[in-house]
Structure formats: structure tokens, C-alpha cells
Design a protein around this ligand. Structure first.
Ligand SMILES: CC(C)(COP(=O)(O)OP(=O)(O)OC[C@H]1O[C@@H](n2cnc3c(N)ncnc32)[C@H](O)[C@@H]1OP(=O)(O)O)[C@@H](O)C(=O)NCCC(=O)NCCS
Length: 204
């Protein structure tokens, strides 16, 4: 993927050397939907980094000041969507870096990139009904809550080994909505620049 720069972050592909930072948060994923990504040790993290480095839709979120990988995003990879102009997006931040606006800053830049540079028509996100921080993020990105799939998916089991099903919300936004909302998305949060104006590409 293209490297994207925002005020405080660099979004780039995963690469060798990222395993320690990835392991720091995937040793204990906080969201049930990412439990299957749990890594046992650094060796597993190195394998995961190699896999992600080959995945066009996998994005490392790095602090500009230190280079540390503080989380990741996905979207726009070779997916299972029937419509090639539609893709799912998602985010996973190291909890140490939560509550500082980094997820919003990164996700806003990714959505802008997927709409403007990659030409996607529709982006959507699945969010469990108990995941308030992720719902809040979708709403700040002006994504529309389109519905709730009741007992849609199971990531965990109860003590008796029965699947625990979760209610999953779908949020989405269209390209034309993003283009008309971009200024508002930045201004309502007191951020400088409009979505896209602060992103810059520096090669694949
Ligand atoms: C979902 C997730 C990415 C949200 O991260 P986050 O840090 O809470 O989200 P944001 O980047 O939007 O920042 C939140 C707060 O930072 C605050 N903040 C502090 N400094 C800021 C700044 N300079 N700029 C903007 N916001 C700032 C804001 O007040 C904001 O709170 P608000 O939304 O009430 O206004 C994170 O909780 C996470 O990774 N969870 C685990 C994985 C997960 O659940 N993924 C989604 C699965 S569906």
C-alpha cells in the first residue's frame, strides 16, 4: 500500500522489525472479534508480521515521533466481498495508546485513501453491540449504522463449551457521502485540514 502521513502518524505496510510492537497488543487482544489473532510468543508475531507484509489490506499505524507501531488497520485487501468496489474496514489499537485520537486520525486517513486513491464506492465495518469505543469511532467517521445482526457470530464459548453468539452492528459510508462530509468530519473535531488534504503518498 501507499505510505500515508497524518499530523502525528505514519500508515505503512508491516515490515520486518515490527514483531515486538505487534506482540505488545496481540498477546492479549481486547476485542472478542480479534481473539483468533492472539499470539503466543514473539516467534508467532514474526510469522504474523511476514503474513501481513504481503497483505495489501493490512496497515501498520506508527507514531511519527518514535516509529513505534501502536496498532493496525485493515481495508482494501483481497477480500471476500462480492462487489469489488466494496470493502470492510477495521482497527485495532494497542490499549496503551487509546483515548488520544490516534485511532480516529488513522482511520480517517485510511478511509480517505480507500475512497480517493483506491476508488472504493462503499466501506463498511462490523462492530459488536457492546463495543462502544468502536461504535463511537464509526460515528465520528460519519459512518451510518445500518442495522444489527442478532446472534450473528461467535468468538467465544461458555464454560460448558457452547458458543456465545454476539449481536453485530453494520456501519457503512458511501464514497459520495465521504466526499461531501469530509470537511465536516475534520472541522467538528477541531482538526486541521480536511480529510485527504493532509495525507500524502510516497510510493508503494
Ligand atoms: C476501537 C478503538 C480503535 C478506539 O480507539 P480510541 O483511542 O478510543 O479512539 P479515538 O482515536 O477516536 O480517540 C478517542 C478519544 O481520544 C480523545 N483525544 C485525546 N486527544 C485527542 C486528539 N489530539 N485528537 C482527537 N481526539 C483526542 C478524544 O476525546 C476521543 O474521545 P471522544 O470520541 O469522546 O471525542 C480502540 O478502542 C481499540 O483498538 N479497541 C480494541 C479493538 C477493537 O475493538 N476494534 C474494533 C473491532 S469492531
Amino acid at each position: 500500500m501507499q505510505i500515508i502521513e497524518t499530523d502525528r502518524l505514519i500508515l505503512r505496510p508491516f515490515r520486518e522489525g515490527d514483531a515486538v510492537d505487534l506482540f505488545a497488543y496481540l498477546r492479549a487482544p481486547t476485542a472478542t472479534c480479534f481473539l483468533s489473532l492472539k499470539l503466543a510468543d514473539l516467534a508467532e508475531a514474526e510469522i504474523e508480521v511476514k503474513k501481513r507484509a504481503l497483505d495489501e489490506g493490512s496497515v501498520a499505524i506508527c507514531l511519527k515521533q518514535t516509529g513505534q507501531v501502536i496498532g493496525d488497520l485493515f481495508g482494501g485487501g483481497a477480500g471476500e466481498d462480492e462487489d469489488a468496489a466494496t470493502t470492510s474496514v477495521g482497527w485495532n489499537l494497542n490499549p496503551q495508546f487509546g483515548g488520544q485520537g490516534y485511532a480516529f486520525e488513522a482511520a480517517r486517513a485510511l478511509l480517505d485513501h480507500l475512497f480517493r486513491a483506491k476508488g472504493f464506492r462503499r466501506l463498511y465495518a462490523y462492530v459488536e453491540d457492546h463495543n462502544k469505543p468502536s461504535q463511537r469511532l464509526c460515528e465520528k467517521l460519519c459512518m451510518r449504522r445500518e442495522g444489527v445482526f442478532v446472534e450473528f457470530v461467535s468468538f467465544t464459548k461458555d464454560d460448558a463449551g457452547n458458543p456465545i453468539y454476539e449481536n453485530t452492528m453494520q456501519y457503512a459510508i458511501l464514497r459520495r457521502e465521504w466526499m461531501s462530509d469530509a470537511v465536516a468530519i475534520g472541522q467538528s473535531l477541531g482538526m486541521t485540514g480536511v480529510a485527504g488534504a493532509e495525507t500524502s503518498g510516497s510510493g508503494a
